[in-house]
Design a binder for this molecule. Sequence first.
Ligand code: HEC
Ligand code: HEC
Ligand code: HEC
Length: 130
Amino acid sequence: MRARAALVAVAVATAAWLLPLAATVGAAPVIERATQGERCVEDTASMRRYHMRFLEHQRDATVHGGIRGAKHSLKGCIDCHASKATGSVAQAKTDFCVGCHTYTAVKIDCFDCHATRPAAGHASATEAKK
Ligand code: HEC
Ligand code: HEC
Ligand code: HEC
């Protein structure tokens, strides 16, 4: 009986010690799996590091060069990464773009103009948002 009580005490002490650790791990960004496509437009490691550059180049190519439907289009990101639950990349705080950006304290204004969810049919930043 006494041994058992001691064991419980140890277990409780250990749990208390582990709690802060668990809280830290729990704060890591929730990165939702893509809902479409086998793979990203570049390998995952490159996407993690360089997606902002790809997007920037794509914007320049589209807005200044008139090139559309290309590999790094923002519309493409949203088609594949919109959440199953919300249908958006930036509505709930666990949605793909927002989830990671909140964690890394990144703020983007892209969705002031661009839709955060896949468009039914044709749509662009100049048309209805969301
Ligand atoms: C054809 C579908 C598709 C398109 C288009 C696409 N992705 Fe992905 N993306 C994926 C898949 C699949 C993965 C691998 C991880 C997963 O399954 O979610 C991934 C991974 C990523 C990752 C790494 C996530 C992690 O786990 O660290 C980032 C960041 C990313 N994509 C951003 C983008 C951006 C930005 C765009 C637009 C320029 C884009 N993706 C376009 C399907 C796509
Ligand atoms: C003030 C409104 C506005 C803001 C803010 C904005 N865009 Fe755009 N963007 C546009 C318009 C308008 C177009 C051209 C029409 C279109 O293709 O949707 C465009 C086109 C694009 C394209 C090429 C089309 C596509 O879907 O790939 C990309 C890429 C792009 N923007 C990325 C971004 C990114 C990344 C941000 C945030 C850093 C951003 N934009 C912020 C208005 C905006
Ligand atoms: C795996 C985590 C992660 C995911 C998922 C992610 N981002 Fe990012 N994003 C970052 C980080 C980290 C930065 C800041 C990088 C830096 O400043 O070097 C960033 C920066 C950006 C920037 C540049 C912001 C600036 O002020 O320069 C844009 C634009 C951007 N992300 C768009 C997107 C879009 C659109 C999605 C969803 C399709 C997305 N990101 C998903 C981590 C992520």
